[in-house]
Design a protein around this ligand. Structure first.
Ligand code: BES
Ligand code: ZN
Length: 447
């Protein structure tokens, strides 16, 4: 009985082997018979993209977004200006362009002036608003903001507190208990951008974060001199942000697979966001220009995302609007975020996957890099923190392309600072990102 089964399976294997050999041999014959022109090699297809990537054009767009417009904080008119710029460009390329508008949580806008000079400030979610004319009060030197750092003198004043030792929440609670009228927390390290404290929940007095330099000068010139400052916090209700979606469907048929290329347009306050993320935005615009005209047999979507920096709000909204059918047809998301830094240590292109595992996007990029000879090392890495998370959570294979230092995985030192400017952008690295992602996307969607 046993022997009989063995012989039968041997017969089956031979049959399968010969039939698959037959299959492969006919397939090979077909490929060889095809004329070279009608079926160029992958390398020739790659050339159609990489020969056209123009880092000068990408650089100019980064310049416009980061220098002409400047910081594009979620929900502000600058973010809207970026939206208009991108929409106009995509329409000029002939794409079908859709704009999605969505609500964002209430934003707190702060203003601090001392002796007629304006001081950069961040207002955390949960801060109270002031009256329209602002809070005009003296500053109280509350040191680290422990209960012992407050005396009866703090009452009615704005507590000026240094970062360190206690949580921001504890410092604020101690100031409230002492009857302070507001809180300013200053950094304890030399960051150029104002501190962005997060205070956990709602509080009854206005709270702001400022830089160490601002804090120390307020301490010397105002707190110790008994001079007043003006602190205004305004709640911006019913603010909105936008996503822009440019679609190219293949000429024939329906129900095609969809490839999404995404990049966020917004930036954090005080950062011109040249690398984070005018770089990804401008490379995506360049790929939209190049890929507009070649025959494709999948649907191509460029998604320019708003409200990333306040917690991936735009990309979550985008995937929430996809039908189950569209999600089922979505095979890949290439997300570009911070692809243009000139920081010398960021020699690798990291492929961040939420689960750290290879997928169709990372496999395609690796194969493409090998074919086109991408100079930088590609590193698959487990990390969220960008819009690929929203695609991944919706079940779409997604990778975030981002430049980092190999080994440490450090980001450039300009990240989320006023130094994230065009001066720290590398044209060579823009070229590399454009060629890698462009040729990868094209290899998936081409006929
Ligand atoms: N451009 C960064 C991307 C990033 C990726 C930063 C990986 C750090 C690691 C992005 O815009 C960003 O700053 N993300 C936020 C998180 C997000 C959910 C608000 C971050 O990492 O703090
Ligand atoms: Zn970013």
């Amino acid at each position: 009985m046993k022997k009989g089964r063995k012989r039968f399976s041997l017969f089956l294997s031979v049959l399968l082997l010969t039939s698959s050999f037959y299959f492969f041999s006919t397939e090979t014959a077909f490929v060889q018979a095809a004329p070279e022109k009608a079926n160029p090699s992958s390398k020739a297809f790659d050339q159609k993209v990489i020969a056209r990537v123009d880092s000068e054009r990408i650089y100019k767009d980064i310049h416009y977004l980061s220098e002409t417009i400047g910081p594009r904080v979620t929900g502000t008119k600058q973010e809207k200006q970026a939206v208009e710029f991108i929409k106009k460009r995509l329409k000029s390329y002939g794409y079908k362009v859709e704009t999605q508008e969505f609500s964002i949580p209430d934003q707190m806008i702060g203003n601090l002036t001392a002796g007629g000079k304006q001081i950069d400030i961040n207002i955390p979610a949960g801060s109270a608003a002031t009256a329209k004319e602002g809070l005009i009060a003296e500053l109280y030197d509350a040191k680290l903001g422990s209960p012992e750092d407050f005396t009866a003198e703090a009452s009615g004043k704005i507590a000026l507190i240094s970062r360190g030792e206690f949580t921001f929440q504890e410092k604020v609670a101690n100031a409230v208990a002492a009857g302070a009228a507001g809180v300013l927390i200053y950094d304890n390290s030399d960051q150029p951008a104002p501190l962005n404290p997060s205070i956990g929940g709602e509080t009854t007095i206005p709270v702001g974060g400022i830089s160490k330099a601002s804090g120390l000068s307020l301490l010397k010139d105002f707190a110790l001199q008994g001079k007043t400052v003006t602190f205004t916090v305004e709640k911006l209700g019913s603010a909105t942000s936008h996503n822009i979606i440019a679609t190219r469907a293949p000429n024939k048929g329906s129900n095609h697979d969809i490839v999404h290329v995404s990049a966020h347009m917004d930036s954090v306050p005080f950062a011109p966001g040249a690398n984070d993320n005018a770089s990804g935005t401008s490379v995506a615009l360049e790929l939209a220009r190049i890929l507009k005209s070649y025959p494709i047999d999948k649907e191509l979507r460029f998604v320019f995302v708003g409200a990333e920096e306040i917690g991936l709000v735009g990309s979550e909204y985008y995937v929430s609007q996809l039908s189950q059918d569209e999600i089922n047809r979505s095979i890949a998301n290439f997300n570009m975020d911070m692809v243009g830094t000139d920081w010398d240590k960021a020699t690798a292109i990291f492929m961040n996957a939420v689960d750290g595992k290879a997928n169709i996007v990372s496999d395609t990029a690796l194969a493409t890099a090998k074919r086109i000879g991408t100079p930088s090392e590609l590193i698959l890495y487990q990390r969220g923190s960008s819009d690929h998370v929203s695609f991944h959570d919706a079940g779409i294979p997604a990778i975030n392309f981002i430049r980092r230092e190999p080994g440490t995985a450090n980001l450039e030192p300009y990240y989320h600072t006023p130094q994230d400017t065009i001066e720290h952008i590398s044209k060579e690295r823009l070229q590399e990102a454009g060629e890698l992602v462009g040729a990868s996307v094209y290899s998936l969607i081409r006929k």
